[in-house]
Design a protein around this ligand. Sequence first.
Ligand code: BES
Ligand code: ZN
Ligand code: ZN
Length: 468
Amino acid sequence: MTSECTCVAVFSDDPPKERPGGGLWKAAGFDGGAGQTLLAPGVSGPVLLVGMGGRQGATAASLRESAALAGRTLAHLHRLRWDFEGFAVVGLACGDAVQAIAEGVHLGAYKYDAGQDGPRASPWQHPGGELGPAWTRGEDIARVTNYVRDLVNEPANVLTPAQLAGRCRDAASDAGLDIRVLEEAELRSGRFGGVVAVGQGSVERPCLVELTHRGSGGRVDLCLVGKGVTFDSGGLSLKNSDGLMSMKQDMAGAAAVLGAMKLVGRLAPGLHVKAYLPLVENMPGPAAVKPGDVVTMRNGATVEILNTDFEGRLILADALALAAEENPRAIVDLATLTYAAVHALGERTAALLSNDHRLGEAIAGAAAESGEAVWPMPMPAYLEEQLRSTVADYSNFPGSATARTLTAGLFLKAFVPQGIPWAHLDIAGPAWAAAGYGVTPAGATGYGVRLLGALLAGLDAERASSSA
Ligand code: BES
Ligand code: ZN
Ligand code: ZN
């Protein structure tokens, strides 16, 4: 097929008889139900009928999923077009529906290609006109999500901390962000004891990337922090063979934050946003940090490192303390932090822990809007005793094997000064998919880009209305 293929949304509650050729669809087993497609000849080229389910019950999520199926079905074609003529959904703004479809077709077609050189041009014709901005927004978000999926799928021998810092430099120059990279010597002199300790067992040097979008200037509106362990062997507290196999994904938080920073200029131009990405490889080399070592963190607190596989909280704590020095209006971190989060919530939902109800609500709202699920978890004070050490201010190892997502949250909370709203998303579950579902392929999911995109856009709208 060389001609352009057109996609047409068909809702199951529209009578097919009123459409040309509609009588035949039923015979072919197509009635517009979600999950159905039918390729048919059209006057000016092939047409893919895409079942969307009921027009009444349609949501951004259901449109995104149906569109993803179309995107996957047609992924081998080079010229595609979505026909929005007569397109309307009950209970959803037209722009949101168009954005969901643009996201879906691009997310659904994703495939990790190790040999690929640079981003592919979209095969989808831009609709232009009134629908144009919504389509562009959806396409931008999906393209960045696919970029993040590529980063997380890349093997750890390719995507080292230095390589990932290089990608941050490229992204900064593409997106017009300021960038500062703290190299190991500066991390040492700056007392980033956690990042230095986790990085010292590897031949790959650690660093900390800081990205800034100044927006309208003034007080920093939001700091984003992402766990960037390019490979987590566990260090001297070495993981077993099964545990090691998936640990290239341990930088998914940093990748999602980098993705969000690539979008901030387009989705939230007025917002003053900073990102902090501590990048390390956690290895048991000769200089590795040893269980029982005590380090001094960026905020001056000391930590006894009893288990070197609880490394995420160490690098995040330094980055959170650095972010807090800006006195931002809010801090949000994303991290593949605990197995317990996967056990509790499964593969599709992130754990949400926060010291601030309003920020927690804003994140839950962004999750609902974007279709990337979160679920709130508590941080009960009685668990703080799990953080105690006899020789330092804190231990990184909670003695108890229960509630590890919560004790991880409590550890991080100790590095955010009171009065700064902060939220932590444990994305150990949704960062990676054993098998594909909906708009998500098997492997790296790009989780967090859509959620952060919705959060940024919402905060920018709030800022604009409060300064008006
Ligand atoms: N990187 C892991 C957590 C993780 C698990 C990420 C699954 C992605 C998918 C983290 O650093 C870790 O090792 N946490 C452990 C420590 C324990 C096994 C020693 C935990 O969650 O308890
Ligand atoms: Zn670990
Ligand atoms: Zn880890």
